[in-house]
Design a protein around this ligand. Structure first.
Ligand SMILES: Cc1cc2nc3c(=O)[nH]c(=O)nc-3n(C[C@H](O)[C@H](O)[C@H](O)COP(=O)(O)OP(=O)(O)OC[C@H]3O[C@@H](n4cnc5c(N)ncnc54)[C@H](O)[C@@H]3O)c2cc1C
Length: 327
């Protein structure tokens, strides 16, 4: 059976998304074990330079004005013939809005199995096994990847994006674009996320609050802790949906990706849509009274104490340390 791995390179407005490097890192580990080749597929217009840092055995680059901006229908039309002609063992997509909008329809059009929320894929006794994070991250599901060709959407967390970067530009083959039919969807404009008072994607210390904070007044506790740490408060989606914090403080799929030195998660369960945006934090510390909360799969340190007991004590300790240092 063909053991080749295809990877759809995600990019937006001239930037390769980190998830592409995560997939390349996964593909490299897998191809090495399964004796296959990794083919990175880059769709774009005047975007060949984006291939320069991709770790892959080869890059197939398709250049066409219709590919200048992401369009799920055009992407499907570009990828469909590649999948049917070459029948790779596996094609990886990011577990992102882009990946989901392409992988799902391709799976249904081509009748190919699709595994979503993949954390890792490995070879065992000649078969490909996946671990997928389902039910909002509460269950890790292990299974055999159906053949001969399967599609999967990949989450960040297990593979380091650095392992998907290469200092050597890969071998690039220019692919001829098919005759695209007019898509029903068209990009009207990009809506930039509001900058807000602070840019949480650039902050080194983040105190993140989730639904466990219970109400708006309790945000003060998190703010005091953030002040003591010299950081800022951000949150999961329920807090923003309630209007307790502005959207500029939202971490996750529909918010910002963050890369702080410390990400202190208070009362956050660790749903996939949240954790995909914190995988690059240097250290994650979680406070959650549920010992089975999925956030603990990612956290380096954790506490199952009630956050309302722990946070005031922690803040006080930090304040004492900083006043001792100041004197
Ligand atoms: C398309 C889509 C996009 C999404 N985008 C995002 C996104 O960008 N960002 C995002 O965050 N979510 C996003 N979500 C929502 C996501 O699926 C989760 O619903 C959300 O992340 C859950 O937030 P939470 O962890 O704060 O709440 P919950 O899942 O309700 O978790 C609250 C946690 O607090 C703990 N807790 C309660 N009380 C205490 C206490 N006193 N002390 C300690 N711990 C306590 C509980 O044990 C629980 O684990 C998206 C969902 C979809 C479908």
């Amino acid at each position: 059976m063909n053991q080749d791995i295809f990877i759809l390179i995600e990019h937006l407005r001239g930037q390769v998304a980190d998830i592409s490097y995560v997939m390349l890192a996964a593909g490299r580990a897998l191809a090495h074990a399964a004796d296959g080749r990794v083919t990175a597929i880059l769709l774009g217009h005047n975007s060949q330079a984006l291939a320069n840092e991709l770790t892959a055995d080869q890059v197939w680059y398709m250049d066409h004005p219709s590919l200048a901006d992401f369009n799920p229908e055009i992407y499907q039309q570009a990828l469909e013939p590649l999948l049917t002609q070459h029948a790779p063992r596996l094609m990886l997509f990011g577990d992102t809005s882009i990946g989901a909008e392409v992988a799902g329809p391709l799976s249904s059009r081509l009748g190919l199995p699709l595994v979503s929320y993949c954390r890792s894929i490995s070879t065992q006794d000649g078969t490909l096994k996946f671990v997928s994070q389902v039910c909002g991250g509460k269950i890790l599901f292990e299974g055999e990847l159906p053949g001969p060709t399967a599609l999967a959407t990949m989450m960040p967390g297990v593979y380091k994006p650095e392992a998907g970067h290469s200092a050597q530009p890969p071998h690039i083959t220019l692919l001829e674009a098919p005759a695209f039919t007019e898509p029903r969807l068209r990009l009207r404009r990009y809506i930039e996320p509001e900058i807000g008072d602070v840019d949480i994607s650039k902050e080194a210390m983040l105190v993140a609050v989730g639904r466990g904070i219970q109400n708006e007044d309790n945000l003060q506790l998190a703010q005091e802790l953030a002040d003591a740490l010299g950081g800022v408060v951000c949150s999961s989606r329920p807090v923003v949906d309630q209007g307790w914090l502005p959207a500029s403080r939202l971490v996750g799929k529909s918010g910002k990706h963050v890369k702080p030195k410390l990400y202190l998660a208070l009362g956050i369960s660790g749903a996939p849509e949240h954790v995909e945006a914190i995988a690059d934090a240097e250290m994650i510390v979680a406070v959650n009274s549920d010992p089975d909360a999925p956030i603990f799969n990612l956290a380096k340190y954790g506490s199952t104490l009630d956050l309302f007991e722990l946070v005031p004590v922690l803040t006080e300790q930090l304040q004492q340390i900083s006043s001792a240092v100041a004197h």
